[in-house]
Design a protein around this ligand. Structure first.
Ligand code: 5GP
Length: 203
């Protein structure tokens, strides 16, 4: 299987839009997809585990990996580095997975799309900015300064929506999850994906 045969589902959103929950729902619905575990220089939050939610590294290690060309994409987000290692794509392939779901920001989405044009990009919108603030505060894990910075950035991130193939408004979790699952299913029925099977019938 080539990297270009992997189904790549990139999910981006301003933080607090419910992307992590939606990503989990999609992974539950598609056991043949795996979550792309990013590297980050930010500190673990709450119940996050190294090697499960992220690979937590310090700045020196991140820069070493970056300089070695280990990342398929990387970006600075909210003052920390985040990156997707090429190794994650290889891992998915080695594990016999059909594809990966990426929880990455719009900068990363653009870089992956530039390298792997068959990637599907999905943007999650919060219903409104007041609700976004409520969710960020409800998480209870970030300090006031962090929340303020994230809210400021949310507007700038929402401006990026036009790059994405699909946009889901997360005003009701069950429907939004159904939308995401529907998108992943529809992408599997794309003519370009099914062409080989159709051609085989004609042989
Ligand atoms: P958080 O610190 O809340 O987990 O993530 C902050 C932001 O970084 C989110 O928008 C998330 O999607 C993004 N992010 C997480 N991993 C990566 C990555 O590997 N690359 C990029 N470009 N962004 C990432």
């Amino acid at each position: 299987m080539e990297l270009s045969d992997l189904q790549l589902i990139i999910i981006s959103s301003p933080s607090g839009a419910g992307k992590t929950t939606l990503t989990r729902r999609a992974l539950d619905a598609f056991p043949d997809l795996t979550f792309s575990i990013s590297h980050t220089t930010r500190a673990p939050r709450g119940s996050e585990r190294d090697g499960v939610d992220y690979h937590f590294v310090d700045v020196a290690e991140f820069e070493r990996l970056r300089d070695e060309g280990a990342f398929a994409e990387y970006a600075s987000v909210h003052g920390n580095f985040y990156g997707t290692s090429v190794n994650e794509l290889e891992r998915a392939r080695a594990e016999g997975k059909r594809g990966l779901i990426f929880d990455i920001d719009y900068q990363g989405a653009r870089q992956i799309r530039a390298k792997l044009p068959h990637a599907t990009t999905v943007f999650i919108l919060p219903p409104d900015l007041i609700e976004l603030e409520r969710r960020l505060r409800g998480r209870g894990s970030d300090d006031e300064e962090t929340i303020r910075r994230r809210l400021q950035k949310a507007r700038a991130e929402i401006e990026q929506y036009a790059f994405f193939d699909y946009v889901i408004v997360n005003d009701a979790l069950d429907r939004a999850a159904a939308d995401l699952i529907g998108i992943i299913r529809a992408e599997r029925c794309k003519r370009q994906i099914q062409a080989l099977r159709a051609e085989a019938l004609l042989r």
